[in-house]
Design a protein around this ligand. Structure first.
Ligand SMILES: NC(=O)c1ccc[n+]([C@@H]2O[C@H](COP(=O)([O-])OP(=O)(O)OC[C@H]3O[C@@H](n4cnc5c(N)ncnc54)[C@H](O)[C@@H]3O)[C@@H](O)[C@H]2O)c1
Length: 334
């Protein structure tokens, strides 16, 4: 049994990571024995969810007093680098929430440290475990070029965290690094690379559509030219209702997803592809369960695979260039 600690016991830890660790598929392999947070309220909530764990306010104290195999980092993005460094110093494997880091210089440094030390590192890019996006990925496996991919992700507002000092960290550039593009957009950037291959050029426009106190964009429109085709990613926190949809075509066939149902169309014949309901919490948690199981397998087989840290680094590199494109109002070649 591998023993781990969660660093940052807020919303995603309480609503997704902990339920995934407690699921019986995972609980025989990974056991959470400790947690770190500066919030008393979230530490109490953690103890209610997993009794018999130890809670600390300092990661150094935790490492001194607890023998661990891994940590799972769930603090806001500006703190990821600090806790990754601390985990590397203490020689434990690492799961880290997205985005990997707040900026490219931290990402570059940590990629080198993780690769040199061969520490097992998994970013929480859990959408790759979703049957919806696996179908999109499969759609492109035999096609080399000419694909058009579109993602539409509409929200009414930025989510607040359970961080009692700074619940609105997502809309504070110093803490988050950026707005909807970095928060939700990160998932669609790594999915785009997974489905269409590496981006070669990108062009992004960011906006503040709503009257709000955000110091970040609430709307972002990104176009990425990749090895296999073009992706258009439309993201907003200024919609009237929550909605997700996606579309992919190679000129002969297409897949459509309207947030509930997925269809494939070929020669005018439509076929429904059964996918789990993405709004069902169990479905969402199951992606984390699958990711955690792969993480446990990698630790148990001591199988360092640098593709995980490279993917984490690449998502920050692409993100950084998206912001550069929006700021300079220019297409950026990668
Ligand atoms: N993969 C996904 O789909 C997904 C979804 C939501 C959030 N996230 C990511 O998870 C991370 C956390 O998001 P959240 O919504 O849970 O935020 P949150 O605000 O709910 O939780 C953050 C927690 O970190 C704690 N914290 C703050 N400073 C700390 C410090 N110095 N040391 C220890 N703990 C500290 C806070 O007290 C809080 O409990 C972010 O990186 C976010 O982008 C990922």
């Amino acid at each position: 049994m591998l023993k781990g600690a969660i660093i940052g016991l807020g919303k995603i830890a309480q609503t997704a990571h902990i339920p995934a660790y407690l699921n019986k598929r995972v609980s025989g392999k990974l056991k959470i024995v400790a947690g770190v947070d500066i919030s008393k309220e979230n530490s109490v909530a953690f103890l209610k969810l997993i009794p018999d764990v130890e809670v600390f306010t300092s990661v150094d104290e935790m490492f001194r007093k607890t023998k661990l195999d891994f940590v799972d980092i769930c603090v806001p993005p500006h703190l990821h680098a600090e806790y990754i460094k601390s985990a590397l110093k203490n020689n434990v494997s690492i799961i880290c929430e997205k985005p990997f880091t707040k900026g490219i210089s931290e990402a570059k440094l940590l990629k080198k440290k993780i690769t040199d030390s061969k520490t097992i590192f998994f970013p929480c890019h859990q959408y790759k475990y979703s049957p919806i996006w696996s179908n999109f990925n499969k759609f492109t496996t035999k096609t080399k070029s000419g694909i058009f991919l579109q993602f539409n992700i509409f929200r009414t507002t930025a989510d607040n965290g359970f961080d009692d000092k700074n619940p609105a960290w997502r809309t504070d550039k110093k803490l988050s690094g950026g707005g909807i593009l970095s928060d939700t957009g990160t998932h669609y950037l790594y999915l785009t690379s997974w489905i269409l291959g590496k981006p070669k050029e990108l062009s992004v426009m960011n906006f503040k559509l709503k009257e709000n106190p955000y110091s970040v964009e609430d709307t972002s429109l990104a176009i990425l030219k990749c090895e296999k085709g073009i992706a258009e990613i439309n993201l907003t926190w200024a919609a009237d209702k929550r909605a997700n949809s996606a579309f992919i075509t190679d000129g002969k066939r297409c897949l459509t997803y309207d947030g509930k149902k997925m269809f494939s169309f070929e020669k005018d014949k439509a076929k429904e592809i059964s996918v789990p309901d993405a709004s069902d919490k169990k479905t969402y948690i199951a992606f984390y369960e699958d990711l955690f199981l792969d993480f446990a397998k990698a630790i148990n087989t001591i199988k360092f695979n640098k593709s995980h840290v490279e993917e984490a680094y690449d998502s920050v590199r692409i993100l950084e260039n998206c912001y550069k494109s929006a700021e300079l109002k220019k297409t950026i070649r990668l």
